[in-house]
Design a protein around this ligand. Structure first.
Ligand code: MRU
Length: 372
């Protein structure tokens, strides 16, 4: 993705000091483009927990680099046993940061397995670095492939629109900022726009943190994709009036049976799409599939964040970041971060290996190595 014409990933190693990880601190967007440096696993855990970095793929890549930072620190350990203990503690610390995106535990477990192959403490940081890079590079490549497969779906719709723009609706930010590059839900949109198709995106604001209006709108703007920010509650109205050709959202965890956990407010959009015969697609790299979970509603852990986040809104006034209360101080608030869309409401999943139905048989046909 380009920011003011310059290519960026969301996370990378500092070019002149590979013991430092640099990342885009998303809390300041769209007003300021801030690059943060993480030198310790504690700093990386804070960046994930406090949402300096966020989005399933990027949480996974950040955890991968967090384990690498822990491995560098562990080289001070006097024995391999001490080294492994330090790494196990770092893994727990990172896993506790956020509960819903499965990419977090997926990346940490991959790191633990690969680092364990090192026979001496001296070998292990190099293995951790190689794995962190691999996780990040794969994430970018898988999103690029999602773009390739999703483009075909948008092209099909464009053929019926006789030169009018294809209207895509998306929720939250499953964009470049939620991954290492390209994004999942946005990858087909960028591919369509870059291929010369006319595309317009309805961007749901996504209260309470406004990842849609702050992040998705910003990155679509940087890429020159026409878009319009809407209130979360406007999606059904637009669909009833024929103003949405397809919905593409991301996911933080999808069961191997096709149930999709995504940012709170996704499920009502899927219901409205079903009622109005609007195709509802979920774009995801396979790192967001939980191969152990069968029933999304019963099993996927749903993050609950603090009430204050919901009772306040923030933004910029004359260049200053300001926060205001938008609910009575004494009212309690319940701040659920995610909801689960059952597979029956999903038209198809767009993965790095192609498009499949949201059910066990179709998912396993694309990923046979995961058949138990
Ligand atoms: O709480 P966040 O911002 O980390 O939530 C993640 C999301 O942005 C969405 O749920 C997104 O649609 C899926 S992550 C690719």
């Amino acid at each position: 993705m380009k920011v003011r014409g310059q290519h960026f990933r969301t996370i990378w190693l500092k070019p002149d000091d590979e013991c430092v990880v640099q990342l885009i601190d998303q809390r300041f967007l769209p007003q300021r483009f801030v690059i943060e440096e993480a030198r310790t696993v504690e700093q990386m855990a804070t960046a994930i927990r406090e949402m300096h970095v966020r989005g399933a793929g990027l949480i996974g890549a950040s955890a991968g680099y967090g384990m690498y930072l822990a491995a560098i620190k562990a080289t001070d350990c006097p024995s391999v046993a001490e080294f492994d203990k330090h790494l196990a503690e770092a893994a727990v610390q990172l896993k506790e940061t956020r509960p819903t995106a499965v990419n977090l535990s997926w990346a940490i477990e991959r790191q633990l397995k690969n680092i364990a192959e090192g026979k001496t403490a001296a070998e292990k940081p190099a293995l951790a670095l190689r794995t962190a890079r691999l996780i990040a590079d794969e994430d970018a490549e898988h999103c690029r492939m999602i773009g390739h497969h999703g483009l075909a779906l948008i092209q099909q719709i464009a053929r019926k629109k006789a030169g009018k723009p294809v209207n895509v609706l998306t929720h939250c930010n499953a964009g470049w900022l939620a991954f290492v590059d390209y994004g999942s839900a946005t990858a087909p949109i960028y591919a369509a726009h870059d291929s010369g198709l006319l595309v317009h995106v309805w961007v749901a604001e996504t209260r309470p943190r406004n990842q849609g209006s702050k992040l998705t709108a910003w990155e679509l703007g940087q890429h020159g994709v026409p878009h319009t920010v809407i209130a979360d509650s406007a999606a059904g109205h637009l669909m009833q009036h024929g103003d949405v050709d397809l919905v593409i959202v991301g996911t933080d965890r999808t069961t191997y049976t096709g149930d999709v956990a995504n940012k709170i407010g996704t499920y009502p959009k899927a219901l409205a799409a079903s009622d109005n015969n609007v195709p509802f697609y979920v774009a995801l790299p396979s790192s967001s599939i939980d191969w152990r979970m069968q029933d999304g509603l019963k099993e996927i852990p749903i993050e609950e964040r603090c009430a204050e986040e919901l009772k306040h809104a923030d933004g910029w006034l004359a260049g200053q970041h300001v926060e205001v209360r938008v609910a009575p101080e004494e009212s309690p608030a319940a701040n659920y971060g995610f909801d689960v869309t059952p597979r029956r409401l999903i038209t198809a999943l767009i993965t790095e290996r192609g498009v499949c139905e949201a059910n066990e048989k179709s998912i396993f046909s694309l990923f046979p190595e995961h058949v138990p």
